[in-house]
Each structure stands twice: as structure tokens, then as C-alpha cells.
Design a protein around this ligand. Structure first.
Ligand code: COA
Length: 351
């Protein structure tokens, strides 16, 4: 059975830099608060009406293809992870296929909706398809255009300051070398806290899972008749998050799932050459680093520049680490993520 190997990595971030001070012009926040709580100094925002999640993804995909030395026509399957798709449906996979001009071969396109864990889930899916011999050139993309769905008033500050736009992509191919490529992947979920890091509209829930008190439904709201509620029209669309619950659960699950991958491969923390955690919050990454006792040079962070780009954060970080010469052949890369769902996962990759 072949292993799946990463043969190309690329990323794309929009040009527009939005600093913490820029955000403070719209909401009651400060550079000091954001930096202290999250480590984020700035993020990128895509050009509204000119760029979309799919166009960001296409730029990253072209860069990954170039790095892999293949043409977009060589791709035989697309896996697209995002929580901010261009449309509610169809998913962004088919839009990326169209954007890249892969129309003749009618390859399959799969959308992954696992938010911050989306790329890790995608790696696992791609790995299985390659191991089974079904595909030979999989394009896996994580891309987000959060800037279109955030609340820039003070009410939204707890969420808005964290997120940014961007895209990252990898190309996976089979290898017969058993010591190279994706060595192991581990995926988990726990729906207990699903609404605590969520955007619940548009959806078919009709208030079914939700306590009125908790999520502020008023008597006159009539969710459920249609996907879009009256409340949504009145108050705009924005995600909600119980930040402290997310934080506490994340710092527990990250080390757990990384250790799970190490145990499955009989490897130790010392064997990891580089850990790329999902860039959720610098403090979360620092906690994980401390728990695992990893030195600074073995943990990659770029959240200071981009904020949390959800499904795009790991591949963007991989691409930057690669460009910085940190992902040479033979190195052991660990990627791990935790996010909405809650879902979390890890992978160990021998480059
Ligand atoms: N600027 C200024 N003040 C803010 C603010 C902002 N952007 N956001 C929230 N506040 C205020 C709150 O209103 C609250 O004020 P109060 O005490 O008067 O009520 C105070 O700051 C503390 O809020 P709290 O939510 O308790 O802050 P916190 O220390 O938990 O930090 C997060 C908030 C979001 C940074 C933190 O909980 C976190 O990082 N959680 C994990 C989030 C994450 O990683 N999400 C992605 C998962 S993939």
C-alpha cells in the first residue's frame, strides 16, 4: 500500500493589512488588549467584491502546483476545507475546479466542513484516497474569507479581532517509501459544545437545539420557517464563541491528540522536528509548547501577522515554514488542530 507524500506547498494571502489599531477605529478595543490576549498584531482582509474564498484558494493552489511541478490539469481530486464558502451551497470545491479551469476531466471535488480542524481532516481524507490507490494527484486546500462575515461593532469584538483571510494548499502523491509521507492521522469530535463556537444561521435548526436564554432568541423571533431568521436580518451575520471554554478545551486536546499520533508511530516528542499547530491564539500554542516541553525553534507561529485563518492557518504556516527552509526532506512534521464542533486532529508527516 503506498503512502501519501506532500510534493508541493503554496499559499496566498491578500495584500490588505488590517492592524489592531485599524480595528480600534470601529470598536471598543485596543492593540494592547488584542496582543496580550491573542498575540495577534495584524491580519489580512481580501478585496470585497473582487476576491472570494475560492479565488484566494485558486492562487494558493496554483502556487502549490508550481512547487510540485505539475499542471492544474494533472490534479485528479480536490479536497476543499473552509467555513467561509462563497455560497451556502454548492460547496467551494466545484468553484475551485472551475476557477482553475479543470473542466474537461470532470474530477471529483469534496468539501470539508470541520472549521479549524478542516485541513487536518483533509490530510487524513487525502491520505486514505491515495493509500487505496484511487487518486494520484490530490489538491488539498484550506481557505477562508472571514472578513465578509464578521461584526465590526463592539458587540462582535470578542470574535472579530481574532480572524483573518488567507489560503494554503498542498499537492499529495503516492510514494512507495514506507518511511516517507503521512505516517499517521487522528481525528476526533465532540458535539456537546457545538453551539459555543458556531455560526448557526443560516440553518435548519429552527431553534431546536438552542436554549432561548443562552442565544438570545426573543419571543417574536420565528426561526425555522426559513434558513434566514428575522433576527439575522436585523442584527447581521456573525459567528459566536464562548472564548474561555474554547481556550480551556483546546489546551487539553492539542497535547492529547499529538501524543496519540506519537504513540501510534512509536515516536517521541523529541523526534518532532517542527510542530505546526492550528494558529488559533498564540497563548494556546504557548501552552501546548510548554506542556510538550518543546523548544521555541520547534514550534511554528505566524498568527502575529495573519490572525486565525481557520482551515487555512496550517497550510499557510506550512508554506511559510517550507519557504524558510524548515521543512527539508526527512524532517518529521507534526500538524494539529482544534476548533468548532468541537473537532480536533493531528498528523505526523515525514517530509
Ligand atoms: N477588546 C477589548 N475588550 C474585549 C474584547 C476586545 N476585542 N473582547 C472581549 N473583551 C472584553 C470582554 O467584554 C470582557 O469584558 P468584561 O470583563 O467587562 O465583561 C473582558 O474583555 C474579558 O473577556 P473574556 O472573553 O473573558 O476574555 P478572555 O481573557 O477569555 O479572552 C479570548 C478572550 C477570545 C481571546 C480567549 O477566550 C481565547 O483566546 N479563547 C480561545 C479562542 C480561540 O482560539 N478561538 C478559535 C478556536 S479555533
Amino acid at each position: 500500500m503506498p503512502n501519501a507524500k506532500i510534493v508541493g506547498i503554496g499559499h496566498y494571502v491578500p495584500d490588505t493589512v488590517y492592524t489592531n489599531d485599524d480595528l480600534a477605529k470601529h470598536m471598543d478595543t485596543s492593540d494592547e488588549w488584542i496582543t496580550e490576549r491573542t498575540g495577534i498584531k495584524e491580519r489580512r482582509y481580501a478585496k470585497k467584491h473582487e476576491e472570494t474564498t475560492t479565488t484566494l484558494a485558486a492562487n494558493a493552489a496554483r502556487n502549490a502546483c508550481k512547487d510540485a511541478g505539475i499542471e492544474v490539469e494533472d490534479i485528479d481530486f480536490i479536497v476543499f476545507a473552509t467555513l467561509s464558502p462563497d455560497y451556502y451551497f454548492p460547496g467551494s470545491g466545484v468553484l475551485l475546479q472551475r476557477e482553475l479551469g479543470i473542466t474537461k476531466t470532470e474530477i471529483g471535488a469534496l468539501d470539508i466542513r470541520n472549521q479549524c480542524s478542516g485541513f487536518v481532516y483533509g490530510i487524513s481524507v487525502a491520505d486514505q484516497f491515495i493509500k487505496s490507490g484511487m487518486y494520484k494527484n490530490i489538491l488539498l486546500v484550506g481557505a477562508e474569507m472571514h472578513s465578509m462575515g464578521l461584526d465590526y461593532s463592539t458587540k462582535g469584538r470578542g470574535v472579530t479581532v481574532i480572524f483573518g483571510d488567507g489560503a494554503g494548499a498542498v499537492i499529495l502523491q503516492p510514494t512507495d517509501d514506507p518511511d516517507q509521507g503521512i505516517l499517521t492521522t487522528h481525528l476526533h469530535s465532540d458535539g456537546t459544545h457545538a453551539e459555543h463556537l458556531a455560526m448557526i444561521n443560516p440553518g435548519s435548526h429552527g431553534g431546536y437545539h438552542l436554549g432561548k436564554e443562552q442565544f438570545g432568541y426573543e419571543e417574536n423571533d420565528k426561526p425555522g420557517d426559513v434558513f434566514i431568521t428575522q433576527k439575522m436580518y436585523e442584527e447581521g451575520l456573525y459567528p459566536n464563541m464562548t472564548g474561555q471554554l474554547v481556550f480551556k478545551t483546546a489546551i487539553k486536546k492539542f497535547p492529547e491528540v499529538i501524543n496519540e499520533a506519537l504513540n501510534a508511530t512509536n515516536l517521541n516528542v523529541e523526534n518532532i522536528d517542527l510542530l505546526i499547530p492550528h494558529q488559533a491564539n498564540l497563548r494556546i500554542s504557548q501552552f501546548v509548547q510548554k506542556t510538550l516541553r518543546l523548544p521555541d525553534e520547534k514550534v511554528f507561529s505566524n498568527i502575529q501577522k495573519y490572525g486565525n485563518t481557520t482551515a487555512a492557518s496550517i497550510p499557510i504556516a506550512m508554506s511559510e515554514a517550507y519557504q524558510a527552509g524548515k521543512l527539508e526532506k526527512g524532517k518529521l512534521l507534526c500538524i494539529a488542530a482544534f476548533g468548532s464542533g468541537f473537532t480536533w486532529g493531528s498528523a505526523l508527516i515525514r517530509l
